[in-house]
Design a protein around this ligand. Structure first.
Ligand SMILES: Cc1cc2nc3c(=O)[nH]c(=O)nc-3n(C[C@H](O)[C@H](O)[C@H](O)COP(=O)(O)O)c2cc1C
Length: 143
């Protein structure tokens, strides 16, 4: 069974809703999907999965959340992430997605195989945003 991980940080639930829709979309035949809040996740969860979705809203000033998500992402800077299929997602409000562009290039620098453009959704995902999330999950599962 192919194992997929969806790991996220969310302060007010928007990125969490995205994570749930991505996990839902990824649940295709032959694929086992695990959804975890980053506080319950370890780098090993990422290294041992066949493909991974990582989510975090834009925080600070166009940054990852610094208490849990930032150190977690830092812990992925390892040989073990080389060529791992990864997608990134997150909610934002007033910015233009700079945090996501930075995060994408960072994951590529780590050697991950970022298979799709980072999915960003303004505030609470609406029906169309959730649909994009499900499609992204399906794409990751089919990769
Ligand atoms: C401390 C803080 C900093 C934020 N910084 C940014 C930012 O730099 N750019 C942006 O577009 N949104 C920023 N936001 C807005 C959040 O990204 C937005 O509210 C998002 O929907 C939160 O997602 P969540 O519900 O998953 O926590 C910030 C929010 C907070 C609380």
């Amino acid at each position: 069974m192919k194992k997929l991980m969806v790991i996220y940080w969310s302060g007010t639930g928007n990125t969490e809703k995205m994570a749930e829709a991505i996990a839902q979309g990824a649940k295709i035949d032959g694929v086992e999907v695990q959804l975890k809040n980053v506080r319950d996740a370890s780098a090993e969860d990422v290294f041992s999965a066949e493909a991974v979705a990582l989510g975090c809203p834009s925080m600070g000033a166009e940054e990852l959340e610094d208490g849990e998500m930032e150190p977690f992402v830092e812990s992925l800077n390892s040989e073990k992430i080389k060529d791992k299929p990864v997608v990134l997602f997150g909610s934002y409000d007033w910015g233009d997605g700079q945090w996501m562009r930075n995060w994408e290039s960072r994951m590529k620098d780590y050697g991950a195989n970022v298979i799709a453009e980072g999915l960003i959704v303004n505030s609470t995902p609406d029906a169309s945003g959730l649909n994009q999330c499900r499609e992204l999950g399906e794409k990751l599962a089919n990769y």
